[in-house]
Design a binder for this molecule. Structure first.
Ligand code: THU
Length: 130
């Protein structure tokens, strides 16, 4: 699948973000090995710490539906629904992704000009696992 299509799904998911506290909307789209795409948005909370990031929303949706194999992730983020530079998955999301995704899985990060591609192992080298 073309990265552009996955990024388009992430952008659509960004529009569903519930982010009244930060005003920063994030959307993610996760491509499964069977071709299914699960999307997620950030879901904030008045107590702040229960906030769930877009990436974890997507992967938790997928895993809870029986998916275990993932081949790519796209992320799109920014204030006021814009696409801004520089949103990479947070440390907690990197660790959750590393539980299920291969180190060389591509992650497409949207920016105003297009997108960058990084791998999970670039974001989380020497990751912890049991
Ligand atoms: N956020 C995500 O959803 N994904 C990331 O990769 C980084 C941060 C959310 C959490 C919070 O709702 C808002 O962005 C500001 O930190």
């Amino acid at each position: 699948m073309k990265p552009e299509l996955l990024l388009q799904k992430a952008k659509q998911a960004q529009a569903l973000a519930y982010a009244p506290y930060s005003g920063y909307q994030v959307g993610a789209a996760l491509l499964c090995a069977d071709g299914t795409i699960y999307t997620g948005c950030n879901i904030e909370n008045a107590a702040y710490s229960p906030t769930n990031c877009a990436e974890r929303t997507a992967i938790f949706k997928a895993v809870s539906e029986g998916q275990r194999e993932f081949v790519a992730l796209a992320v799109c983020a920014g204030k006021d629904g814009k696409t801004e530079q520089g949103c990479t998955p947070c440390g907690v999301c990197r660790q959750v992704l590393s539980e299920f995704c291969k180190p060389d899985m591509p992650i497409y990060l949207a920016n105003p000009e297009g997108f960058d591609t990084v791998t999970l192992s670039q974001l989380l080298p020497r990751s912890f696992s049991l």
